[in-house]
Design a protein around this ligand. Structure first.
Ligand SMILES: Cc1ncc(CN)c(N)n1
Length: 226
């Protein structure tokens, strides 16, 4: 996407772009885009992502709680609803196709990387609303970037398994919610001292790296050693 200079979100984007590029080049995403990803790896990803999203949705609930006005609160309620009932419904439908019940999905044992990612975010969310948004933003923004790039890749939307996933993350609805979060990040960063901006940048960089690790974990089908 085109991103104008001078906005805090632009600074965030530039500072982590290398990490995002590495995600885009990860075999999980390359094989998914080309339609060759092993379905076993995809199911593993879906199950981990389902329990990830349960905690991720709480970030929006916390955002609502920390909102300075009703308009912001309403938007966070929309994001909360959309995660639980739209994004997670995609996972439930995929699971059904693979004969995985809702109960099994919900009882997925979070992998070490899933635990690291969700606990990091929820811990950061104990701080200001700006910290909540800086921590959750790579999740939305990087998926929008991946989804829109995949949608343009020849043949990707014809794939019988990955089509719905690509449609979800390249959709206008998902893009609009992502843009709203980016705009909110910019508004919340306005006038903050450099020391606080650095803290926000650290959250954004850490969850960007955790996004990379999440793809890697899914590709390796990471398990606890015992
Ligand atoms: C790990 C992860 N990151 C981002 C998204 C997109 N909400 C997701 N479903 N899962």
């Amino acid at each position: 996407m085109i991103h104008s200079e001078g906005r805090f979100s632009d600074r965030l984007y530039r500072s982590t772009h290398e990490v995002w590029e590495r995600s885009h080049r990860h075999p999980f995403l390359i094989e998914m885009r080309e339609g060759t990803l092993d379905p076993g790896r995809f199911i593993y990803y879906l199950k981990q992502d389902y329990v990830y999203l349960i905690d991720y949705a709480k970030m929006f609930a916390i955002g609502g709680l920390k909102s300075p006005d009703l308009e912001t609160m309403v938007k966070f309620a929309e994001l909360f609803h959309s995660t639980l009932n739209v994004e997670m419904e995609l996972h439930r439908q995929y699971a059904e196709r693979f004969g995985v019940t809702r109960e099994e999905l919900e009882k997925t044992r979070p992998s070490p990387t899933t635990v690291a990612y969700t606990k990091y975010m929820l811990d950061a969310a104990q701080g200001s609303l700006a910290e909540v948004v800086a921590s959750l933003l790579p999740c939305m923004w990087s998926y929008r970037e991946i989804g829109t790039a995949f949608a343009k890749f020849p043949g990707a939307l014809d794939h019988p398994l990955f089509k719905e996933w690509i449609l979800m993350y390249s959709s206008e609805e998902f893009g609009a919610l992502t843009d709203w979060c980016i705009g909110l990040m910019d508004r919340l960063a306005e006038g903050l001292p450099e020391r606080e901006l650095i803290r926000l940048e650290e959250h954004f960089a850490t969850t960007s790296k955790l996004e990379y690790l999440f793809w890697d974990m899914a590709y390796r089908q990471e398990e606890w050693p015992i």
